[in-house]
Each structure stands twice: as C-alpha cells, then as structure tokens.
Design a binder for this molecule. Structure first.
Ligand code: M6R
Length: 366
C-alpha cells in the first residue's frame, strides 16, 4: 500500500507531480487561455464584488492560505486576510455579507475551521471550501468549493495536500484576475503555461533527495533550526519549520528573512543551522545580504537556490538547486526539498515519520 516506499510521507511527497496535474486537469486550459472551476464560475459575482477575502485554516493549510494571500493580492488586488481558524472563531471578528471566506482543509473535518465557517455563515458571508476529502463536513458546510485532487493523504505531516491547495488557490486567483483585468494578458498566459509545466519541475525538484539526504546526515542531531524566506517564500519557511518540528521533534522556527535583525539573529552561532530559501526570482539581492549577515555570525547556511546560482553558492555551506519558475509559483518548487529534508532527518533520528507523537491526522477537537 506504500507503493514500495518506506513511509506514506515519502510516497506522498513523490506523488506531487501527478496530483498537481490531477488538480488542474480539466480546469486549466493553457492553449485556450481558460481557467474553469464550476464552484468559482457559479459564484463569480460574489468573488468579484467581495470587499475582501478572509482565509481561515489551521497548520499547513494555513500556510497555503498565506501563500494564497500573496498570490491573490498580487493578481487580483482584492484585499486578503489570513486567519488561524482557532483565533478567528473566538475573537468576535468583523465580518459581513460582502466578505468571501475561503476555508482550506485537507481533511475537511478540522473542528476549528468548521466552527469558523459556521460563524462566517451566521454573519452572512459567502463561504468557499478548498478541501481534499470529498463529502467531508467542511465541504458540505460551505456554499461552494473546489476540491484538491491529492488523493488520500495518510502521513500526518501534510505534503501533497499543501501543494495541491496552492494549485487550486492560484487557479482561483488567475480566474478572478482575468475577470477583473488586473493581470496583463501576457502575464495571465505566462502563468497558465508555467503552472502547466510545474509538475515537470516538481519532478526535477524531487531529485534533490540525494543532496537533502546528505545534508540530513550532517544536521540530524541539531537542537534548533531556523528557516528564512521572503515574499512568496516566507510561508514556505514557516511550512519547512512546521514539517521539521512535527516529525523530527527538532525545535524549528520560520521567519521572514528581514525580521532576523529584529531579534532572532541573536540566536545565530556555529551550532545553528539556517535554511534560507533564496530563489533567483523575487527579492534575491535582499536575501543575499541576509545570508551575509548570518555568515558573519558563523551560522551554518543551507540554501535552496535556483539552478546555476553562483552568488549564494559562495556564501552557503550547502546548496540545494531547484528549477527556475516565476516568483508567484515558486512555493510549489521550493517546498519540495524542505519536505525531503525533514523526512530524512526524522528517519535518521529514528522517529515515527507517518505517526509522530502527540499528533492526529485530523484534529476534530477544539
Ligand atoms: O485537515 P486540515 O488541513 O484542516 O488540517 C490542518 C492541520 O491540522 C494540518 O495541516 C496539520 O498542521 C498537519 N499535521 C501539518 O503537517
């Protein structure tokens, strides 16, 4: 049932090229320049007239929501807020019938996310669900939705759910951008084409398993770990840190790289592995100077870079090369080596990868 893999998590990591394709199949038609998702088409006006979009989710799904915030605002210029479902539901949020709430949940059974949806509905908001499990409670409670087609995710650490959630959310943003005219025609087409070839690039990114495995042997006994990223890759840093915590029990934190100087840089010494997500697109020069700051304090740098990178290579102790893509789509690629890194570290530490201690696959309690 693990299809020859040692763990479900590894199997699910390797399924990503296929499930991303399954998720956009029939919805993304790059030659025609069309994105079609029934749940969005049927309620297009709701989205287009929304004062803002509020995304509610927990854990990894919340990280996908953060990526979506950057993508939606960039592509559609609709203001987006991303909330932990557990905080949203208990804080008497301001919400009205002009809000669109997007709830993201792999299982579709997360109690806090479910409660957030109910609250949003009471206030008259339109609720759109992005779930993986067909017929799940959240998918039924939402007014409309779009499924991710990741297939069953068994490993407690979410991997393929994350990348397929980003795929769905990016398609929604593109569809709305087209309707609103907030993206140029050429950019719109470029993103469609780029999204279509993402599975091939994810496949290539999976080849980093060889390098990440080596890096994992070096760092398996670390007590702490920092993950840094900027822009679209800031949520990827958070997700990388969550993945490491969950399955290897190493304390890890994700930060926007520029926040280092406001505190966390005090943690840096020769014992501290710092994983920096530094693809060529985006804020490359800025992140290079962040890397320099870490290096001058003797931190050990593991950098995720674009193939052919030379500048970061000179500074970093280890580099992991991934294929180039546009900035907005880069989380789909840069997250892959981080999943593999946590996986191998957990395996080398002898941890129960698929069923980490204290965790359940779906959190149906408050
Ligand atoms: O099923 P959901 O997407 O609603 O689950 C949300 C979180 O419980 C989940 O993402 C959790 O953080 C994972 N274990 C992360 O790997």
């Amino acid at each position: 049932e693990k299809g020859g893999y040692d763990h479900f998590m590894l199997k699910e990591i390797y399924e990503q090229p296929n499930v991303i394709k399954d998720t956009y199949r029939g919805r993304l038609h790059s030659n025609e320049g069309i994105i079609q998702m029934a749940g969005v088409e049927d309620h297009l006006e709701k989205f287009l007239h929304a004062d803002r979009i509020i995304i509610v989710a927990c854990g990894t799904s919340w990280h996908a929501g953060l990526v979506a915030e950057y993508v939606f605002e960039e592509f559609t210029r609709i203001p987006v807020e991303v909330e932990y479902a557990s905080e949203f539901r208990y804080r008497n949020p301001i919400i009205s019938s002009k809000d669109v709430v997007i709830a993201i949940s792999q299982s579709g059974e997360t109690a806090d996310t479910m409660a957030a949806i109910k609250l949003a509905k009471e206030h008259g908001a339109f609720v759109f669900g992005v779930c993986n499990v067909v017929g799940s409670s959240i998918s039924r409670e939402s007014h409309a939705g779009a499924y991710t087609h990741a297939g069953p995710e068994i490993g407690v650490a979410s991997t393929k759910a994350f990348t397929t959630q980003i795929t769905v959310l990016t398609m929604i943003a593109l569809r709305l951008a087209k309707a609103k005219g907030t993206l140029s025609n050429s950019d719109f087409h470029m993103y469609l084409q780029e999204l279509e070839i993402i599975p091939e690039k994810v496949k290539e990114a999976l080849e980093t398993a060889v390098t990440t495995k080596k890096i994992a042997t070096t760092f398996k006994d670390a007590h702490n770990c920092l993950y840094l990223g900027r822009g679209y890759n800031f949520p990827v840093a958070l997700e990388g840190a969550l993945k490491l915590k969950e399955i290897s029990y190493i304390h890890a934190e994700g930060y926007p790289a520029a926040e280092m100087k406001h505190g966390p840089i005090a943690l840096i010494d020769e014992q501290m592995p710092v994983i920096v997500i530094a693809p060529k697109q985006g804020h490359y020069d800025k992140i290079v100077s962040n890397i320099q700051e870490i290096k001058s304090r003797s931190g050990r740098i593991i950098a995720v870079v674009t193939k052919g990178d030379t500048q970061v290579r000179e500074l970093a102790d280890y580099v992991i090369e991934v294929p180039e893509t546009s900035d907005a789509l880069s989380p789909l690629i840069t997250t892959i080596p981080l999943q593999l890194l946590s996986y191998y570290i957990a395996v080398f530490r002898g941890c129960n990868v698929d069923q980490p201690r204290n965790l359940a696959k779906s959190v149906t309690v408050e």
